[in-house]
Ligand binder design. Structure first.
Ligand code: ZN
Ligand code: ZN
Length: 313
């Protein structure tokens, strides 16, 4: 399913099976998660994709040469020697290349990936259930790490990432407060079923110690700052967000911290994929055939997806 230009629908095309270069694996794709980032690319909000492009950066498949099951995440390549890479921050690499953005991704029967950036998939996870772990899970995990030891955790936007991180946070003994779109009673019930003690859309019933914003809505930033206690953190987990409205310094005062989370490191992946089976994280998946990738994206945009949307091949 090919994206020819921003703003255009994905089109089914026949393209040659990609040829792996040195250090690359040819992967037969079994499942590929659909991510909010894919919508930002389709909408032209991320402005420099390779074109035409095969989207998809939550790939689960088997290596053609060895039969090993692997996962391919968003971080597809780094130079290994810029100041960020050399200081353990490869997620910020100046020359990083991303799967389904700079490199063709997994909305296709085959994908090629640098073997150094692939992860083994934990046993016990079906392909479809594993796919959302690779971005929704990994980025969520990295975001959660920036919440420190916050006991009362707010999750703004209860989509693929939040439904995973809610389970991890509960397992860690935190209290979870879930924020959904106004009137989304189904989403609120879903959050409560995964252990959130409160789910709603207005102000929470008590102060939070940290908040993670998954929804790409800038107006949530001052709302979350207003909801966190002194010394609390607000973590913006998404790659793109609408403009943040101006707000009084008072909302940041009291040593509140506001930060973004960018991409992932391989260490995040290793940590999270080791932890997921221990929780154990159960991903709620809505499956679509590859040809219905456009419909899956439309459902994600409208907020209709419960848990994560995944393409099955
Ligand atoms: Zn993603
Ligand atoms: Zn680098």
């Amino acid at each position: 399913m090919l994206l020819e230009a921003a703003g255009r629908p994905l089109v089914p095309v026949n393209i040659a099976v990609p040829m792996p270069g040195p250090g690359q694996l040819l992967i037969r794709v079994h499942a590929c998660g659909v991510c909010r980032t894919d919508l930002h690319i389709v909408d032209g909000e991320l402005t420099h994709p390779k074109l035409p492009l095969v989207l998809g950066h939550q790939i689960v498949g088997t290596v053609e040469a060895s039969g090993q099951r692997v996962g391919v995440p968003w971080l597809g390549w780094t130079d290994g020697d810029c100041r960020y890479c050399r200081s353990g921050r490869e997620n910020l690499c100046d020359r990083a290349r991303f799967t389904g953005y700079d490199i063709d991704g997994g909305y296709a029967e085959y994908a090629v990936a640098d073997e150094r950036f692939c992860f083994p998939i934990p046993e016990g996870y079906h392909d479809l259930q594993a796919a959302p772990l690779l971005c929704a899970g990994l980025i969520g995990w990295r975001s959660l790490s920036f919440a420190g030891d916050a006991e009362r955790l707010g999750l703004y936007g209860f989509g693929a990432s939040a439904h995973i991180i809610c389970q991890v946070a509960r397992w860690q003994g935190r209290r979870v407060f879930a924020f959904t779109r106004e009137g989304d009673e189904e989403g609120q019930a879903f959050a409560r079923s995964l252990g959130a003690e409160w789910a709603g859309s207005g102000a929470p019933p008590e102060e939070l110690d940290a908040a993670i914003i998954f929804a790409p809505a800038g107006e949530l930033v001052p709302a979350a700052l207003a909801a966190v206690a002194k010394g609390g953190s607000v973590v913006c987990a998404g790659i793109h967000m609408s403009d943040i409205p101006s707000f009084p310094y008072e909302l940041l005062w009291g040593e509140r911290v506001l930060r973004s989370v960018a991409n992932l490191t391989r260490r995040d992946g290793e940590e999270f994929l080791a932890l997921a089976p221990l929780v154990p994280v159960h991903t709620e998946v809505e499956e679509h055939p590859l040809e219905a990738a456009g419909e899956a994206l439309a459902r994600l945009r409208s907020g209709a997806v419960r848990g994560a949307a995944v393409l099955r091949l």
